[in-house]
Design a protein around this ligand. Structure first.
Ligand code: PGA
Length: 248
């Protein structure tokens, strides 16, 4: 059975003390509640070890290197991420693709290294506004999925969490409608089924990201192929993040 997941992505926000305090506050606020989803927080690298050792929340890095180790100044390897206790790594976020030139070929290497080190990638795909207007959004999302992931074995693919994040919806306040998101999620699941079979596809969690918040989470998460969210802005405050988690 696939899991429901709500994952926060802090991006480049919060210093170490703020991040650790947030994680403790979130954990305390969730303590008395019966949750219908796994909760993950995606922190900057420097927070990982402290947050992973001080809370039971799931912890994700937001990136890892495309090389295993060596003379790559400033990079952080998948093995280093795993050694902090983090279990997930967000890969392929559109901000990494756009601002740091991450191609499908680079992402393929990152995914392999993440899996080799026992991390589950939260793999982001999504079209730009221009691509949607040109009606090539399904092709774009399929290509991102196929080129980075479809050489994996079915066993390895089953460790991936997919995240559909239309670029035009990220940080813009423009959420995809639940119908638009459901349509794309169903397409992604079918694409996975065509390659790996129905069982693998049915067991894959596919998260929606892009201006998801406490006001729209419930409607999005009620869609049959939407298994949770990757949440940016609304994951930065405990009071804003909890209503998203409670969207399930
Ligand atoms: P947003 O970001 O929720 O602020 O739109 C989502 C993301 O980039 O993962």
């Amino acid at each position: 059975m696939r899991k429901n997941i709500v994952a926060g992505n802090w991006k480049m926000n919060k210093n170490l003390q703020e991040g650790v305090a947030f994680a403790k506050d979130l954990e305390a606020a969730l303590a008395g509640k019966t949750l219908k989803c796994d909760v993950i927080i995606g922190t900057p690298f420097i927070h990982l070890a402290s947050v992973a050792s001080s809370t039971k929340l799931g912890v994700a890095a937001q990136n890892c290197a495309d090389k295993a180790s060596g003379a790559y100044t400033g990079e952080v390897s998948a093995a280093m991420v795993a050694s902090t206790g983090a279990k997930y790594v967000i890969l392929g976020h559109s901000e990494r693709r756009t601002y740091y030139g991450e191609t499908d070929a680079i992402l393929k290497e990152k995914v392999l290294l993440a899996l080799a080190n026992g991390l589950s990638p939260i793999f982001c795909i999504g079209e730009t506004k221009d691509e949607r207007e040109k009606n090539v959004h399904f092709d774009v999302v399929k290509k991102q999925t196929v080129d980075a992931l479809f050489e994996l074995s079915a066993e390895d693919f089953s460790k991936i969490v997919m995240a559909y994040e239309p670029v035009w919806a990220i940080g813009t306040g423009l959420t995809a409608t639940s119908a638009q998101a459901q349509e794309m999620h169903a397409y992604i699941r079918q694409t996975i089924a065509d390659k790996y079979g129905k069982e693998v596809a049915d067991n894959t969690s596919i998260l929606y990201g892009g201006s998801a918040n406490g006001g729209n989470a419930k409607e999005l998460f009620a869609c049959p192929d939407i298994d949770g969210g990757l949440i940016g802005g609304a994951s930065l405050d405990v009071e804003k993040f909890i209503p998203v988690i409670e969207g399930f």
